[in-house]
Ligand binder design. Structure first.
Ligand code: LLP
Length: 417
């Protein structure tokens, strides 16, 4: 179960803070994403306070969950943001985020996205190739701005995570090869509309050990020493995101230990430290609430067909990811081993395999640890309107995204004359 006390059974009813989930299902329907304001706040504060007075900025990785209410909550707590598109920039600005706390990552920034970020006055562009540097310089010159940049360096470190979400190996598409970074930094002086202010890396996601972070940090510091020896002044180190969470039996380091390890490695240097956590801030602060539509018992397997599907939460289908699935009303009778599947026409449409549960038609289930890369990776496959999202705050329930309607889904489409 999640590491947060905001999710717990009270008298055999599963509650988020003070609100029983069956009440949410009744009021807002299913499938529905449910987040806890207290859990989000606690996760942010654990990161922020771990820096213990050291100059730092936590830049929440918006891609993990980009709902405006969540962005606004983090902005109010003082958070910065790591964005990867013009769309995410617009979301952060609409949610009241401070442009001076935004870093812009990603391998394929378009000129119009660069322009929008320059006009907003963001803190830094994390540049991933020489070609991108050339384009950024050109766009900045056109509008008379100087673009602050970090080079995202690929330190060639094995993050020991799922291959789809490992980004810091030399064969990955991300970052500038470690051996080329120094040369490219020194060439930045030739670009009059670009100014090197930082040094950046990000090695992957859902890391459950500290060693790869420490190794990457060591390499980045070596590079920093060489750059400083040649007269470059680097104001901040951005060490990316990637801290894992507990989905089942993993034992990831705490935010406190992770940051202590980074700060320990960096020692007494003067640079401001940036980090870009996504999953660790929101993953265990949200769940996906779903209802059992049908039970289907075949001679081979027992299926629970639920109303949430791979379009709502694609992580099991895409990464074979495990999400704990808990009954909303605890009920110990007639436990069977169920395949928890959705209504989408694909065998890959499952939320969990071989789950021991006592189920009846109409029961509610909570798919745990779904706050990160759940709603933000959802789609309309099978013309399924996307789920509603609610945030619980004590005994209040706030609807933070209405359930989509089919009318909204087809509104932008046109038939031939
Ligand atoms: N910074 C950069 C440059 C990133 O590419 C990412 C994630 C992060 C920060 C945040 O990483 P986090 O702290 O959330 O691990 N959809 C996958 C995860 C993809 C992560 C992509 N990059 C999943 O559901 O597991």
């Amino acid at each position: 179960m999640s590491g947060f006390p905001s999710f717990a059974y009270h008298n055999a009813r599963f509650c988020v803070e003070s609100v029983p989930l069956d009440r949410i299902a009744e009021e807002f329907g299913t499938p529905c994403y449910v987040y806890s304001r207290a859990a989000l706040t606690a996760a942010y504060q654990e990161f922020d306070s771990a820096f213990a007075g050291r100059d730092h900025l936590v830049c929440y990785a918006v891609k993990a969950n980009s709902n405006l209410a969540i962005l606004n909550l983090f902005a109010r707590l003082g958070s910065g943001f790591d964005i990867v598109s013009g769309g995410e920039l617009q979301r952060v600005l609409s949610a009241g985020g401070d442009p001076q706390k935004i870093v812009f990552s990603g391998v394929g920034k378009r000129p119009d996205e660069m322009r929008a970020a320059l006009n907003a006055g963001i803190l830094c562009f994390n540049v991933e190739s020489e070609a991108e540097l050339i384009t950024l310089n050109q766009i900045a010159a056109e509008i008379g701005k100087i673009a602050p940049v970090s080079l995202r360096v690929n330190p060639d470190v094995d993050a020991k995570t799922h291959p789809y979400i490992s980004t810091g190996l030399k064969e990955n598409k991300f970052g500038i090869p470690f051996d080329e970074a120094e040369k490219l930094y020194l060439s930045i002086q030739q670009f009059p509309n670009v100014h090197a202010t930082g040094l950046d890396c990000h090695i992957g996601s859902q890391l459950t050990e500290l060693d790869p972070f420490i190794e990457a940090c060591g390499k980045i510091l070596d590079l920093l020493n060489r750059l400083e020896a040649q007269g470059l002044q680097i104001e901040h180190l951005d060490l990316g995101g990637g801290l894992g969470i507990r989905y089942s039996t993993e034992k990831p380091p705490s935010a406190r230990d992770y940051i202590a390890a980074l700060c320990g490695g960096i020692g007494r240097r003067s640079q401001r430290i940036l980090i870009e956590p996504g999953r660790a801030l929101v993953g265990n602060a949200g769940l996906l609430l779903t209802r059992v539509e049908y039970l289907k018992h075949t001679p081979y397997r027992d299926f629970a067909i639920v109303d949430a599907a791979m379009n709502d939460l694609i992580r099991p289908a895409l990464y074979d990811a495990y999400h704990e699935i808990l009954p909303v009303i605890a009920n110990g009778n007639d436990v069977k081993t169920y395949q928890i599947v959705g209504p989408v026409c694909e065998t890959g449409d499952f939320l969990g395999h071989d789950r021991k549960l006592a189920l009846s038609q109409g029961d509610l289930l909570a798919v745990m640890s779904a706050g990160a890369y759940g709603m933000s990776m959802s789609s309309n496959y099978n013309t399924r309107p996307r789920a509603a999202e609610v945030m619980v705050d004590g005994d209040n329930i706030h609807l933070i995204r209405e359930r989509e309607s089919v009318e909204q889904l087809i509104a932008a489409e046109r038939i031939l004359p």
